[in-house]
Design a binder for this molecule. Structure first.
Ligand SMILES: NC(=O)c1ccc[n+]([C@@H]2O[C@H](COP(=O)([O-])OP(=O)(O)OC[C@H]3O[C@@H](n4cnc5c(N)ncnc54)[C@H](OP(=O)(O)O)[C@@H]3O)[C@@H](O)[C@H]2O)c1
Length: 440
């Protein structure tokens, strides 16, 4: 590769001033310095591109772009991290991602590049427009919700009191902890549960010290004995439950990884655990004119008709979509078939969701179960209603995502709180995100 080494350039303040790529290269191919601020370092340039390297190891060249070597690859700036390769965005540069310099087509961001064909530029602009529009929509919705959240519930809307019992599973950390926190702030009695007693007690203590009515009890949703012990304790001490938040969850994969090594555990926690909690707590749901509520923290990854991630068997999708025909046997049969294929190694050609396969399927199953239970409970008389819904919290910065994500756990908890407290609740068997109904 043709690489020319440019001298280290800095302005004495540890920073180099330079313009976006298109302006950086003069007619003679030399670097022109002016414009945007980027960290100091040596600049290498070659076939119409630029890489930034620092003397003492490697430093980030763009906000959000972590340390790493920046290397040149054709028209693109390849950004290499140790270990592995990571994405980076830098002005108008195309950035390669993946397992090596030649691993994938460049991802292109920023203004039109003279180094791409018109067609490529057109595609890039469209892609950018779509991303930008989606980002804008997300941001607008976040702002709307944060505004709505700042408006307190009026007295006539508050159907709950300090005697209202809300149980949250997997609440020692992440979204579950935030759900417990926010329900506590609304004045309910929160039963914060966790499979590990010591960590759960610690988490509950944090909320108790903030003056909230929070109690702890051990609960492992994959252990029927633990569920039964918990239910007996609730019955004895509180007489029942008003709200159940099925939050406990597990995903072994982060990002685009797709190992099914822990598929059984994923299904056992996310689907079977949530299902068993629903079954065990329905008899405990207290009569209430506002209706008892069950909210399951699910994921858009489990959508039946996701554009990029879905079961490829149309007939099976249709069966799972038909709320009137749904049965526990069908849902269990679907996840069991997947688990059998995991065991015999044939799952890769089984037509399962392609992205986070085991996790996506576990959430698809719990979504389907939500609709099934909602149908089964629909006939309960007024005063004994139980509303059952699920929601996607978005991509949340928690341990599960390696603290990547677009929203905070507090924001991720919001739709659960909204569904739990909604006055005049009449909705059941639905899927939500950002306080809006979405398709299963
Ligand atoms: N983060 C996201 O972007 C995202 C997106 C969509 C949906 N969700 C869903 O949101 C929920 C919460 O996830 P999170 O992001 O807050 O992840 P997290 O920080 O990893 O929290 C998961 C929680 O579930 C608990 N848990 C795991 N297995 C359990 C079991 N057998 N019994 C009881 N509790 C158990 C964990 O307890 P330990 O601490 O003992 O492990 C932990 O408290 C999950 O259902 C997840 O699938 C998350």
């Amino acid at each position: 590769m043709d690489m020319k080494l440019w001298p280290t350039c800095h302005n004495g303040n540890d920073n180099v001033i330079m313009k976006p790529l298109n302006d950086n290269l003069g007619g003679n191919g030399k670097l022109k310095l002016s414009g945007n601020l980027i960290p100091r370092g040596t600049r290498r340039t070659g076939i119409g591109s630029l890489a930034v390297r620092e003397g003492q190891g490697f430093r980030r060249c763009f906000e959000g772009s972590p340390r790493g070597t920046r290397e040149l690859a054709g028209k693109s700036l390849a950004v290499r991290e140790r270990p592995g390769f990571r994405a980076c965005v830098w002005d108008s540069l195309a950035v390669r991602e993946g397992g090596g310099q030649n691993a994938s087509r460049p991802r292109v961001y920023g203004p039109t590049s003279p180094y791409l064909t018109d067609q490529e530029n057109g595609r890039k602009e469209k892609q950018m427009d779509k991303k930008e529009r989606a980002k804008e929509r997300r941001e607008k919705r976040r702002q709307e919700i944060s505004l709505i959240r700042s408006i307190p519930y009026s007295d006539h809307q508050r159907w709950w009191s300090a005697e209202t019992i809300a149980v949250v599973t997997g609440a020692n950390r992440g979204i579950g902890f935030q759900i417990a926190h926010q329900l506590g702030l609304h004045g309910l009695t929160v039963v914060l549960t966790s499979r590990e007693t010591a960590v759960g007690e610690e988490s509950a203590k944090v909320l108790q010290e903030g003056g909230l009515k929070v109690v702890f009890h051990q609960l492992d949703v994959t252990d029927q004995e633990s569920i039964d012990t918990f239910c007996s304790w609730i019955k004895e001490n509180y007489g029942g439950i008003d709200i159940l938040i099925n939050n406990a969850g597990f995903n072994h994969n982060i990002g685009s990884e797709n190992s099914v090594e822990f598929a059984e555990k994923v299904i056992a926690i996310n689907y079977t655990g949530a299902k068993n909690m629903i079954k065990a707590t329905i008899p405990l749901m207290k009569p209430n004119t506002a209706g008892a509520r069950i909210v399951t923290v699910s994921s858009r990854l489990g959508r039946l008709n996701g554009r990029k991630n879905r079961i490829s068997d149309d007939a099976l999708r249709q069966q799972l979509e038909d709320a009137d025909a749904l049965s526990e046997e069908l849902i269990d049969g679907t996840v069991n078939k997947f688990l059998e294929q995991v065991k015999d190694g044939s799952w890769t050609t089984g037509g399962w969701p392609q992205n986070n396969t085991d996790y996506s399927l576990s959430k698809l199953a719990v979504n389907a179960y939500t609709r099934l239970v909602a149908r089964e409970l629909a006939g309960r008389p007024e005063g004994e209603k139980i509303y059952v819904n699920c929601y996607c919290p978005g991509w949340v910065k928690t341990a599960m995502t390696g603290w990547a994500g677009q929203v905070t756990p507090e924001e991720g908890a919001d739709t659960a709180i909204w569904l739990s407290l909604l006055p005049d609740m009449r909705i059941s068997g639905k899927f939500f995100a950002e306080r809006r109904e979405i398709h299963f």
